[in-house]
Design a protein around this ligand. Structure first.
Ligand SMILES: C[S@@+](CC[C@H](N)C(=O)[O-])C[C@H]1O[C@@H](n2cnc3c(N)ncnc32)[C@H](O)[C@@H]1O
Length: 266
């Protein structure tokens, strides 16, 4: 009998199946536009950004590409150490926040690239260092990782969530949805292995979790952001659960863990 081994598994395909089964909503750029101001306030100069940057090696690097850059969480604080920083994002409001942050800091070497992961990247410059911080929730992870690798001359750094749950399982149960937690970083390690890449792995613990939702409406909005619009019945069931549950139990408590994955070009 033929022996099945791990090499028989197509982890890119398994990931795509997992994303579909977890029925995560595909976010539009406009969804992210609405979060730009909040992200700028919370994440620039955060302990998360400091921990990410502390793990990077910029030796010999003059250029950096920050993919899914948001307000410039990683690229902006590094710009004074580099000749050129490119922030790539499909949200115009995030890129506006990046530009505003650069102006505020007197930086003239930061360039915004309005692109999606899925777009043609042939015009995106190859850079010494490529970063994707918390921005690899994409439908096709294999294609995304290949793009990061192709655009890097020296090193790649990314973070992806450890574990999938954002909300208390009972809250999801109360909705009445049968949902798998979303896929986590382990797919990235396996897909990279299949590409012949053997990355380093570290973890960042982010204690800076947002405060629990102030009231039920905010809690329901947060659930809808992650899981898609709630039907009136789901809304009512969730409210019934929320009103019974001890305050603050809806969301998974800090620390939030991120896998920090990096590799060097041969
Ligand atoms: C969680 S935020 C991370 C922002 C920043 N890198 C950080 O760590 O604070 C995810 C970012 O990815 C961007 N993004 C999401 N899907 C994208 C896509 N398909 N193409 C390009 N950017 C995308 C969003 O607009 C958002 O700015």
């Amino acid at each position: 009998m033929a022996v099945r081994t791990i090499t028989d598994i197509d982890f890119g395909d398994l990931y795509r199946q997992h994303v579909r089964a977890a029925s995560r909503v595909d976010k539009a750029a406009s969804d992210w536009d609405a979060r730009a101001a909040d992200m700028q306030r919370r994440w620039l100069q955060s302990s998360y950004a400091e921990a990410f940057i502390a793990r990077m090696n910029l030796a010999g690097a003059t250029t950096l590409l920050d993919v899914g850059c948001g307000p410039g969480t990683i690229g902006l604080p590094l710009a004074h150490r580099l000749e050129r920083v490119y922030g790539l994002d499909y949200s115009r409001a995030m890129l506006e926040a990046l530009r505003a942050g650069a102006t505020e800091r007197g930086l003239t070497n930061v360039e915004a690239l309005h692109r999606a992961w899925e777009d043609d990247w042939s015009e995106v410059p190859v850079c010494d260092v490529v970063v994707a911080s918390r921005s690899t929730n994409v439908p096709d992870l294999t294609a995304a990782l290949a793009k990061l690798d192709a655009k890097a001359r020296r090193r790649i750094y990314l973070t992806h969530r450890v574990g999938g749950r954002l909300f208390h399982p009972e809250a999801i149960e109360a909705l009445g949805r049968q949902l798998l937690p979303p896929p986590d970083y382990i797919y990235i390690l396996n897909i990279l292995h299949g590409m012949g890449i053997h990355p380093r792995l570290d973890y960042i613990e982010s204690k800076q979790q947002r405060a629990p939702a102030a009231d039920f409406d905010e809690f329901a909005r947060r659930i809808a952001w992650s899981l898609g619009e709630l039907t009136p019945e789901e809304h009512a069931r969730l409210r019934a659960w929320y009103e019974r549950a001890p305050p603050g139990t809806g969301e998974i408590a800090a620390p939030m863990r991120w896998a920090f994955i990096s590799w060097e070009k041969a």
